[in-house]
Design a protein. Structure first.
Length: 247
């Protein structure tokens, strides 16, 4: 979900939405792309890369929070066998993101963005109960999830919605997220009520079989990310008319 938040902010500033109060023009650090430009995707990629340093600092006029760190109140994961509630979440590493590709299809009304980070660190409070593989897991304490070299691909569709004589972009319901990484490390304090022997053996398995752990969480993570993405895009970019985005 951390990656989608930053994707959403960049896409939102470049592509727009459907009309809340606030600025009716692009921020000074983004130049509108020409919709008839044969190299439209190149222009969008250049503008996204130029905007990224400003976006991670946050921009209150456009409803963009700071990504230094990005803060979330709560994320709930329920994969059937395992339930995890994370609260007071901080996401570190987003300012180091590198946008590798950005494709906008104005006829099909779709957008695709690919970017990577050297490392993402997720800190927060956790409550966990259930099992992974054959391991029972339960506890409550501090969580640290460190992700090495994550690469994220975010795709979404949109429609144009008229408001006050102008068109605004509104996200559809076909957004998708895929991601890959080279390594994930998990650290949960106070597993099994502080039983150090059980905690160590469990962490050894989790950090050896991290792909299985991540795989079991995928459906819940994807659902959470899609909800966050749609909410933020439809919330923060509802003030810039389409004609001001692509001239």
């Amino acid at each position: 979900m951390w990656a989608t938040l930053i994707t959403v902010s960049i896409f939102g500033l470049i592509v727009g939405n459907d009309g809340a109060a606030g600025p009716k023009h692009l921020p000074s650090y983004i130049t509108a792309c020409k919709k008839n430009d044969p190299e439209l995707n190149k222009c969008c990629l250049e503008q996204a890369r130029k905007a990224l340093p400003h976006i991670v600092d946050g921009d209150k006029k456009y409803g963009i929070p700071s990504f230094k760190p990005m803060k979330l109140e709560k994320v709930a994961v329920n994969s059937g066998n395992l339930k995890i509630d994370l609260t007071d979440i901080e996401l570190w590493g987003l300012p180091d993101a590198d946008i590798q590709d950005l494709q906008v299809d104005l006829k099909k009304q779709t957008v695709k963005m690919v970017f990577k980070c050297p490392q993402i660190v997720i800190l927060g409070k956790y409550v966990m109960d259930g099992k992974i593989l054959v391991l029972p897991l339960n506890g409550a304490g501090d969580a640290n999830v460190t992700i090495d070299n994550p690469v994220f691909t975010y795709t979404a569709d949109y429609t144009l919605v008229p408001k006050d004589g102008k068109d605004y972009v509104q996200l559809g319901d076909k957004s998708q997220l895929s991601y890959d990484m080279t390594r994930v490390y998990f650290k949960f304090t106070n597993l099994f009520n502080g039983n150090e022997q059980l905690s160590k053996s469990t962490h050894d398995v989790l950090n050896t079989e991290w792909k299985t752990f991540v795989g079991d969480l995928n459906p819940a993570v994807h659902a959470t990310v899609s909800t966050i993405a749609t909410t933020i895009i439809n919330g923060i970019v509802s003030r810039i008319p389409y004609e001001s985005i692509f001239v």
